[in-house]
Design a protein around this ligand. Structure first.
Ligand code: ANZ
Ligand code: ZN
Length: 860
C-alpha cells in the first residue's frame, strides 16, 4: 500500500523550489498581464513564527497562488519589522547585541517560512533595522521637517515605566501600555518630535468612504479615533478680580450669577471654550477648566489655597489612575474665585477647575450647561451650581419650566427643539440657532464655528536604542539643524551598552552624540531619541517594489504600476495604529509627488485570532502550539490547510490537534487515490466527455467544486468550505472507485478528474499538489498552470433553483440538487447569507418547504 509521507515529499520540493530563485518573481509591466499585489503584514522577528502568522500567511499564500493561476502578474513580498523593544530586552537578558539577536531570529523565521512553502519573492525582502532601509525613514523625516509636518514641542506625554519610553496615544489602551496590559501609563513633560497627522484629519476621515473593500468594523474604529466634532469656539473675557470688592466676593460665593447689565472690568485674560452646543450658551452657569489649563497656573500662582486644592485634584486623579479606574473617576472641582463674562448676555460665570475636563481636547475649557449635559448636571448637582433650561422640544403643551430640572433634559437634539430663555435667539430651532449664534460670535470677534478632532499629532520620539536615529542636530548657536541628505544615514552605533537606566541609551555614547553643526561647523550634539517603530511599518510595502534602490526610498514608476495594494491581510489589532499611520504616510508621499495613489490598499482583510481551549495562545497561559511541532508531526501542507479549514478566516480559530491529524488523513487519501490511477491518467488521450452516468456524476461534482472555490476566491473567502468541497469531491471519487477499477470510467475522464483535483489543491496544499502534478506526468509549472474553468452546464445539470421567501416576500434563491430532501432544502435556505441576515435577531416561527418548488420562512 502506498503511503503519504510529507516528511519525504516536502523537503524534496523545498529543495527544488530553493534552486529557482526567480520562481515567485514578478514580471515587468510590459508582460501585459493584469497586476495583483497581495500583502500580508510583516512580522516582528521575535525568533519563532506563531500560529497567528501561519494563519495569516496561509491565507495570503492561497490567494497569491490562485491569482498566479488566474494569469495575474503577482507581487507577493515579505519582510521584517525589525526594530523595537524586545531586541533590547533580549540584549539585557542574554547579553547579545540587538542587531545580532534580530538578524539570527530573521534567519530562523525565514527558514520556517520556506518550510511552510510560502511563495514569497525574497529578492525584495525588506529588513527595517538595516541602514539601507532606515536611511529612508530619516529622509522622509527631513522632508516632513521641511514641510512643517515634523515639529518639536514640549508636552505631556505618555510614559510607560516598563518600556522606559514614551508611547503614542495610539499605544495607550484603557490607560495602560499596549505591551504591558497591567502597567498604568504615566504622564511626563518632555520635549518630543511630533508628526502633524492632524493636518490630514479631514482627509483621513473622508477617504474612509472610498475604502469599500475594508471591513466596516475597521472603518468605524478609524472614524471614532479621528473623532470629528462640529461646533464652535467662544471666547469669554475674564473679569478683573481687583475690580470686585471683598464683600461682593463674599456674597457671590462661587455659585451665584449676578444679573446682567452691570459693567465689569476685563482682566485682559480670556478663556476659549469649545462647544458642540453653542445654542445652549444662555444656559451656561459656570466655566470649567482642565486642571492643567494655563490660566489655572496663573490663578494658582497668586493664590496658595487654590494651588493646594488643584494639586489635590491632580493627586486624586493620579491615584484613581493607579487604582485603574481611569474612566470612572468621580467628578471633583474647585472654584477659582474668578469670574468670566458670557459674551452673549454679559452674565458673570464662576470659573471652576473640573477634573472631568480633558486638557488636550478642544481648548481644555468648557462652558458648563447643567440643564442639558449629563456630566455638567452631575457636577452642578454636587456643588449646588445653578441650572437653567434653555431648550425645549417644540411640541410641548407644558408651560415653560423656570425652576431647576430634576435631571438633565436629554436628548434634545431633534430638529423640533426650540430655544427659550435665550434673548434674541428665543424660538429658533436648535440647528438654526447654532448657525446664527456662531455667526453672531464671529461678527463680534469673540468666536466662530469650529471643527475639532480627537486625533492628536503623532509623537514619534522614543528614548530607546534599537530604532531609527532621528536625523537632527542640536547646536548651541543655530538651534535645531537637520542632518543634510548627503550625510544620511545617521548610523546606529553597532555596539552600545544597554542598561535598565532611564533616558536615551544613545545619549551615553559620546561617539554618537558629539558631532559638528552642519551650519556653523561648531561643536554640536546629535538628537539621541529614535523613531517610533510604527514609522518603519508605515511605508515598508512601497519599498517591496524596488527594495535595492539606493537613490530613493523606491522607484516612483514601479510604485505607480503596483499600487494601490490589491489585498492587504493582517490582524484587526492594527485597525488604529498601523492602518492610520500608513494611510497618513501615503498622503504625505503623494503630496511630496512620489506616489500617485491616495490610499495604500483597496482591500483589507482582517483574520481572526488563533486560540487554544478558548484562550489566546500565550506563554503565560502555557497553551502555545508551535508551528514547528505541527510541521514535524503532520507536514506543512496539513498544518496550513488546517489553519484554513478549521474556521472561516475572519473568525477566531480554536486549534485542535485532532483536526490537523484529520486533514493529514485527508491528504493521505488524496495521495493514494491519485497514485493508484496516475499511470492510467498519464496514458489518457482524447476528450473527457461523459459517456455513462458514473462519468457524468464525477464530472458534475468536479465542476460544482470548481465553481464553489472560484466563487469563494472572488470575495467570500470561506476557505473552510472550499476545503470541505474538495473533501466531498474526493469522497465522490472514492465512492466511484469500483467503477473506475472495472473500466466504467474512461482514462480521459479519470485524467480530467485527477488533474483538476490537483489544480484545486494547489493554493492550499502546494507540496502535495506539486508532487502529484509531477506524478500525473504534467510538464507545465503548476504555479502558473491555468486555474480550471467550470462549465456551468456540467455543474448545474441536476441542480435546481429554489426561491426562498420570508413572510411571503422573495429574499433569496438557493441552488440545490433536484432530489434534495425537505431537510436539506430547509437547512440550505437558513444557511443562505441573505436569508441569515434577514432573520438575524428574529424568531423563526414556521418553515414551509414545498419540495422542488419553494421554501417560506415565517418569522416574528
Ligand atoms: C456645552 C454643552 C452643552 C456641551 C450641552 C454638550 C452638551 P464631543 O462631541 O466629544 O466633541 N467638552 C469640550 N471640550 C472638552 C474637554 N476638553 N473635556 C471635557 N469635555 C469637553 O463633545 C463636545 C462637548 O464636550 C462640548 O460641548 C463640551 O460640552 C464638552 F448640552 O459644551 B458642550
Ligand atoms: Zn551651529
Amino acid at each position: 500500500e502506498l503511503r503519504y509521507n510529507p516528511a519525504e515529499i516536502e523537503p524534496r520540493w523545498q529543495e527544488r523550489w530553493a534552486a529557482q530563485p526567480d520562481l515567485y518573481a514578478t514580471e515587468p509591466p510590459e508582460s501585459g498581464k493584469p497586476k495583483y499585489y497581495v500583502l500580508e503584514m510583516l512580522p516582528y522577528p521575535s525568533g519563532q513564527l506563531h500560529m497567528g502568522h501561519v494563519r495569516n500567511y496561509s491565507i495570503g499564500d492561497a490567494l497569491a497562488r490562485y491569482m498566479w493561476m488566474q494569469g495575474y502578474n503577482v507581487l507577493h513580498p515579505m519582510g521584517w519589522d525589525a526594530f523595537g523593544l524586545p531586541a533590547e530586552n533580549a540584549a539585557l537578558k542574554n547579553n547579545t547585541p540587538p542587531r545580532e539577536w534580530t538578524l539570527s531570529n530573521i534567519a530562523h523565521m525565514h527558514k520556517q517560512m520556506d518550510r511552510l512553502g510560502l511563495s514569497y519573492d525574497w529578492r525584495n525582502e525588506v529588513t527595517t533595522c538595516l541602514p539601507e532601509y532606515y536611511r529612508w525613514n530619516q529622509w522622509f523625516f527631513l522632508r516632513m521637517y521641511e514641510k512643517g509636518l515634523a515639529y518639536r514641542k514640549q508636552s505631556k506625554v505618555n510614559w510607560c515605566p516598563q518600556c522606559a519610553t514614551v508611547l503614542a496615544n495610539e499605544q495607550v489602551v484603557n490607560g495602560c501600555c499596549w505591551r504591558h496590559e497591567d502597567q498604568i501609563v504615566e504622564q511626563r513633560d518632555l520635549e518630543q518630535w511630533f508628526l502633524r497627522i492632524t493636518n490630514y484629519a479631514q482627509e483621513l476621515l473622508d477617504d474612509l468612504n472610498q475604502l469599500e473593500g475594508w471591513p466596516e468594523k475597521v472603518r468605524t474604529m478609524q472614524r471614532n479615533w479621528i473623532g470629528r466634532s462640529e461646533g464652535a469656539e467662544v471666547e469669554f473675557a475674564v473679569e478683573d478680580a481687583a475690580s470686585i470688592s471683598e464683600d461682593e466676593q463674599q456674597r457671590r460665593g462661587g455659585t451665584a450669577i449676578l444679573p446682567a447689565g452691570e459693567t465689569v472690568k476685563a482682566s485682559g485674560q480670556s478663556i476659549r471654550v469649545f462647544t458642540t452646543r453653542i445654542d445652549t450658551i444662555y444656559g451656561a452657569t459656570s466655566l470649567q477648566l482642565a486642571p492643567e489649563h494655563v490660566l489655572v497656573k496663573e490663578f494658582s500662582a497668586a493664590d496658595e489655597k487654590l494651588a493646594r486644592e488643584v494639586d489635590e485634584l491632580l493627586e486624586q486623579q493620579r491615584k484613581a489612575r493607579e487604582a485603574g479606574d481611569v474612566g470612572a473617576i468621580e467628578k471633583h472641582g474647585v472654584f477659582t474665585g474668578h469670574y468670566a463674562i458670557n459674551p452673549f448676555n454679559g452674565e458673570r460665570l464662576p470659573i471652576w477647575v473640573g477634573n472631568y475636563i480633558l486638557a488636550d481636547y478642544g481648548t481644555g475649557a468648557i462652558m458648563s450647561v447643567p440643564a442639558h449635559d449629563e456630566r455638567d448636571f452631575e457636577f452642578a448637582h454636587k456643588y449646588g451650581l445653578e441650572m437653567r433650561v434653555v431648550v425645549l422640544p417644540r411640541r410641548t403643551d407644558e408651560p415653560t419650566p423656570d425652576g431647576e430640572p430634576e435631571e438633565p433634559l436629554l436628548p434634545f437634539t431633534s430638529e423640533e427643539s426650540i430655544l427659550i430663555n435665550s434673548g434674541d435667539f428665543n424660538t429658533l430651532g436648535c440647528q438654526e440657532a447654532q448657525q446664527k449664534m456662531a455667526a453672531y460670535a464671529q461678527e463680534n470677534s469673540f468666536g466662530q464655528a469650529q471643527v475639532t478632532f480627537r486625533l492628536k499629532d503623532w509623537g514619534v520620539s522614543r528614548q530607546r536604542y534599537w530604532g531609527t536615529p532621528i536625523p537632527m542636530i542640536h547646536c548651541e548657536k543655530d538651534g535645531i539643524v537637520p542632518v543634510p541628505d548627503d550625510q544620511l544615514p545617521v548610523l546606529l552605533p553597532p555596539q552600545i551598552e544597554i542598561t535598565q537606566q532611564g533616558g536615551s541609551p544613545l545619549g551615553r555614547d559620546p561617539g554618537f552624540v558629539n558631532t559638528t553643526c552642519p551650519k556653523c561647523g561648531g561643536k554640536a550634539r546629535r538628537e539621541t531619541d529614535t523613531m517610533d517603530t510604527f514609522v518603519d511599518s508605515s511605508w515598508y510595502f512601497y519599498r517591496y517594489t524596488s527594495a535595492r534602490n539606493d537613490k530613493a526610498p523606491f522607484d516612483t514608476d514601479t510604485v505607480a504600476y503596483w499600487f494601490p495594494i490589491d489585498q492587504y491581510i493582517g490582524g484587526v489589532e492594527h485597525a488604529i495604529l498601523h492602518l492610520i499611520y500608513s494611510r497618513f504616510w501615503t498622503k504625505v508621499m503623494r503630496d511630496l509627488g512620489i506616489v500617485k495613489n491616495d490610499e495604500p490598499a483597496t482591500r483589507l482583510f482582517t483574520q481572526g485570532m488563533v486560540i487554544k481551549n478558548g484562550a489566546k495562545m500565550s506563554k503565560s497561559k502555557g497553551n502555545v502550539v508551535s508551528p514547528e511541532d505541527m510541521i514535524a508531526r503532520y507536514g506543512a501542507d496539513a498544518t496550513r490547510m488546517y489553519a484554513l479549514f478549521a474556521a472561516p478566516p475572519d473568525r477566531d480559530l480554536d486549534w485542535q490537534e485532532d483536526g490537523v491529524a484529520g486533514v493529514s488523513r485527508f491528504l493521505s487519501r488524496v495521495y493514494r487515490l491519485a497514485m493508484r490511477h496516475a499511470e492510467r491518467a498519464k496514458q489518457a488521450s482524447g476528450g473527457a466527455e461523459a459517456n455513462s452516468a458514473t462519468e457524468q456524476a464525477l464530472l458534475r461534482k468536479l465542476h460544482q467544486t470548481i465553481r464553489k472555490i472560484t466563487e469563494d476566491f472572488g470575495g467570500r473567502w470561506h476557505f473552510n468550505t472550499c476545503i470541505a468541497a474538495i473533501m466531498e469531491l474526493v469522497n465522490t471519487a472514492t465512492a466511484a472507485e469500483a467503477a473506475i477499477q472495472n473500466g466504467e470510467v474512461s482514462d480521459a475522464v479519470l485524467r480530467e478528474l485527477l488533474r483538476n483535483l490537483v489544480l484545486l489543491l494547489a493554493p492550499f496544499a502546494p507540496y502535495l499538489a506539486f508532487e502529484l502534478w509531477d506524478q500525473l506526468g504534467e510538464q507545465d509549472n503548476l504555479l502558473r498552470a491555468p486555474w480550471p474553468k467550470f462549465e456551468e452546464a456540467l455543474a448545474r445539470e441536476d441542480e435546481i433553483e429554489i426561491p426562498v421567501q420570508i413572510n411571503g416576500k422573495l429574499r433569496s434563491v438557493i441552488r440545490v440538487a433536484a432530489e434534495a430532501t425537505q431537510d436539506t432544502l430547509r437547512d440550505t435556505a437558513m444557511a443562505d447569507e441573505k436569508v441569515a441576515a434577514a432573520i438575524e435577531g428574529k424568531q423563526v416561527v414556521k418553515v414551509i418547504v414545498v419540495p422542488a418548488k419553494l421554501v417560506n420562512l415565517v418569522v416574528r
